[in-house]
Design a protein around this ligand. Structure first.
Ligand SMILES: [Zn+2]
Length: 116
């Protein structure tokens, strides 16, 4: 359960942004979470609710999750394909010389504030 660690990391970052921009309350945080990032969105939002409500600046703040589909690139035929569906083997040429190009992200995409 490393979601709690991620939540603390997000909270630290968001508080930092809020402080720098003189924001007193953040209403929504939007995250980009890759399909193969190992983060379970339900755990993340549960941990978020518990931890964010302890912070004045984040009380009641929503966490929205944007899922980024995983895409793998094949070095042999130079085509892209869906990682979750085909894994490490290219469906076009059956090569295993492939690598993930997208789908591992855990990042803050947007922070919405409720200040007037
Ligand atoms: Zn291929």
């Amino acid at each position: 359960m490393h979601e709690l660690g991620i939540v603390f990391y997000i909270i630290r970052d968001v508080k930092e942004v809020a402080r720098k921009n003189h924001v007193s309350h953040v209403s929504t945080v939007v995250m980009n979470i890759g399909e193969v990032s190992t983060i379970v969105p339900e755990y993340l939002t549960d941990c978020w609710r518990w931890a964010a409500d302890k912070e004045e600046v984040l009380k009641g703040c929503a966490l929205k999750i944007n899922t980024i589909p995983a895409v793998t690139f094949c070095e042999d035929c130079r085509q892209e394909y869906e990682t979750v569906r085909y894994g490490k083997t290219c469906p076009h040429c059956h090569s295993e010389h492939t690598y993930l190009i997208r789908g591992n992200e855990v990042e803050i995409k947007e922070i919405e504030v409720s200040d007037p």
